[in-house]
Design a protein around this ligand. Structure first.
Ligand code: FES
Length: 185
């Protein structure tokens, strides 16, 4: 008989996270359909999906590890390595560029004292340029995990950074994450 999963992989979700995964698996018509929402549960808990997390998903959802990695590495918001506390992913593709992404990136760089692709020395913030966040009419925009901030201005960036420095993730314009059961927001 197999050992319990966390003994096999060293991977363990919190009780709440494990319950969320169980609810998601029960909610979807096939286990495979729950892959992205389950990735979000792990992302919310650890900030990234480790190899042990991939093993967990592969076992739980009866998918190959290759399939889990395929989805995990396709989307810019999912991570397979530990990250800065707050990784700000700014779209610099054409629509957002036209709408003013460059000055927004420059403002972020100035406020944080780092360049695009760098992490602050305290590990709190990182800025990344990404190609498209699927919100081309709402630019310039940035993504923080599952939170999307749209129509960015310097003032909006200042408010966001001030809030994050206090440990508070401000309400996003759009949230992209798992919906469990009857959740509506
Ligand atoms: S070009 Fe920026 S979201 Fe698509």
């Amino acid at each position: 008989m197999n050992k319990p999963l966390d003994e096999q992989t060293g991977f363990a979700l919190s009780t709440a996270g494990a319950a969320q995964v169980e609810a998601l698996v029960a909610q979807y018509p096939t286990k495979a359909s729950a892959l992205m929402p389950c990735i979000w549960v792990i992302m919310d808990e650890f900030g990234y999906v480790s190899e042990a997390g991939v093993d967990f998903l592969s076992d739980k959802l009866e998918l190959t590890r290759a399939r889990v990695y395929e989805v995990l590495t396709f989307y810019a918001m999912f991570r397979t390595e530990p990250q800065a506390e707050y990784t700000l992913q700014v779209c610099h593709n054409i629509s957002c560029h036209v709408m003013g992404a460059r000055p927004i990136i420059a403002h972020l760089e100035k406020r944080l004292g780092i360049r695009l692709g760098e992490t602050t020395p305290d590990g709190k913030f990182a800025i990344e340029g990404v190609e498209c966040l699927g919100a081309c009419g709402l630019g310039p925009c940035l993504q923080l995990g599952k939170h999307l901030y749209e129509h960015l201005t310097s003032e909006k960036i200042d408010d966001l950074l001030d809030s994050l420095r206090k440990g508070v993730v401000p309400r996003a314009d759009t949230d992209r994450g798992p919906r469990v059961g009857g959740e509506t927001s």
